[in-house]
Design a protein around this ligand. Sequence first.
Ligand SMILES: [Mg+2]
Length: 394
Amino acid sequence: MMHLISDSGPAEMPGFRLTGLQSWITRPAEVENGFARIKPCLLIRLTAADGTIGWGEAYVLPCREAAVARIIHELGRELAALACPDPWHLRDLATRLSLRHHSMDFAAATSALDIALWDLIGRLVAKPLVELLGRPNCRDAAVYANIWSESNWSAAALAARAKHLVAAGYRAIKIHPMLNHDASQAVEAVRRVRGVIGADHRLMVDMDSETDPGISRAVAKGILPAAPHWFEEPADGADIAALAELRGEVGIPLVTGERQSGVAHFRSVLALRAADILNPDIAGVGGLLDMLEISVLADRHGVRISPHCWNSMTVAASAMMHVCAAIPNAEMAEIYPEYLEHGERYAVNGFTVQNSVATLNGRPGLGVEINEAALSALSMQHDSSDLSAARAAS
Ligand SMILES: [Mg+2]
């Protein structure tokens, strides 16, 4: 018999049977500030036999959204065929079916189902997820604003965007100075942004898996006067040796993990002391159980968790906030401010953000309510699987 994680001792897992699975892929959208655009997002809804639902979300990249949705529906049928379709058995199922071939897309599909199961279980037992994770009195998680732009931005425009977000209450800002720019332009951009946000706010620099360690060293040296709070992926996340070497040289806390899935990778990062902070994405790493295990391992090494979240800012972000509120070594969770506004078009979120703090709303599960008509109107693909039929056929 499986048990929930609880502060007051294990509680019996409620029995349930899955009968339905739906998925939506939202259309890309422009935002008014012209600085970034909203990517397609993949949301799912599981339905149990008694009508209880659970929302999940997968991390998706361009051209793969429909493929990840297909994996979710295939995996969902396998999940529904289990006698106990809970997160622990989903994890075992995914490990068996993947034959330990690690892939972000498969891990993202697993994450979506895992998040949906936790939401469903929370609704069944009428408890917020953070309470299921053993921290009933925790509601808050520190957050930072990420400034992402595909455009050929100027340092002045980047600084203006940072100034706007600080004025909106964010106390920590992350920028990607190497996107569409060279090393000297990147250093200038960091200097300009520090100049407008002042010394009291955190400024994080993301190198987006820079392939040339010489460039990462040069940028690190150039931005030291701007006192960056962290230096993210100055080498590919899979190149643990390069990250460990750079960490020993640059003198700025190093972040990695957003492109990786599976606990084994993170164990190696920790063993080689290649990071000060890990940033797995809850919708891509494999799910909550992987996220929690990575958090525990990191904590033993004095390493913090600042989850990546390039997702809708509704379902996956709510799951991330519950985990950050529950674990002892959460630093700051990632917010895409433009996505928050877009999410309000179809969702009542599981948290609100004020002064760089996300506060959970205390509702059962993730605390997210989705207006399905509004979500469908914003979506370019909507698929449905009858899981009760899949179960009967298995
Ligand atoms: Mg990054």
